[in-house]
Write a protein that binds this ligand. Sequence first.
Ligand code: SF4
Length: 370
Amino acid sequence: MNWKKELANNITTVDELEKALQKEFSKEEKEKLNEIVKQYPLSIPHYYLSLIDKDDENDPIRKLCIPSTKETDLTGSFDTSGESNNTVVVGLQHKYKQTGLLLSTNQCGMYCRHCFRKRLVGLNSDEIMNHLKEIIAYIKEHDEINNVLISGGDAFLNNNRIIHSYLEDLSSIEHLDLIRFGTRTPVTFPMRINGDQELLNILREYSRKKKIYVVTHFNHPNEITKESIKAVKNLLNSEVVLKNQTVLLKGVNDNPDVLATLINKLTAIGINPYYIFQCRPVSGVKNQFQLPLKEGYHIVEKTKSKLNGHGKCFRYVMSNKRGKIEILGNLSDTTMLFKFHEAKYDKDMGKIFQLDIKDEQCWIEEASIK
Ligand code: SF4
């Protein structure tokens, strides 16, 4: 089936969800869920829903796609890393000198409950690219930019004509070394890739002009299925490089055995682990999914003890307004060590710093970094 028709079949209402799960929500629960999906839309491909163990209320896949009444807790922020302040042309962020970040769409194959761009996915298009010409002109003028990340939403939710025009324009810019796509479609909606030879041909054609990286977002070993493996194989056959970023999430992958299984399986199918992200304090997400930093560090270190050298090729990081900060580890029971892996300001480049961290602390404020 054509992927657009398949996407149009996604579960998008609480009534449809009840039917698909063969479960009736209580009246109160249903009212709350209806309120939540008005604010944070619901969209689940039937494929992804089929990965849930319907008898297990704590199923990790369920947590990733089905709204929870906990989403009504709005403590936290909608823009935890100051993305809107880094916008230089509508749809283009330039936070790190060498990287242009393009918000190409506010659509996704699925709306993940832990998304850090909840402020815009499926909702707001104010920050979404609407003039590619201006963006290309900006990138051409800034030869310090050596790579462009096409993100969203989900970059592969753009149609092939648009993807083709991005690649045509960007691949002709000499100072770009590579073009990256950020997509969760291999995980949540692999039919976008497996059912579309035209997309694969475009990727292969432009991979030969400019290196293309596709950054996927697998969070749990149950997401590695026949279909997702096929999508990965198809992408590799199109000569792109595959990397994966995972978000460390309470109740989903906060277990070294789960995380190690995920990473070992990813390396086995040809995806290089890139980042493990500390979950951001996003409104509607924080309360449900965030783990304390100290606990996160222990989970990641235990995970590493089960991985080979290739599996360990990731960094455990958090992205805040000043940069991407690597969480290096515990110095004592009360102190942790951090390092700027990427920095918005020159003064922070490579800076190593220590902070007193409370046991339950999940984030660090920019102002506390001296
Ligand atoms: S696919 Fe990515 S951008 Fe879209 S909802 Fe999921 S995490 Fe957010």
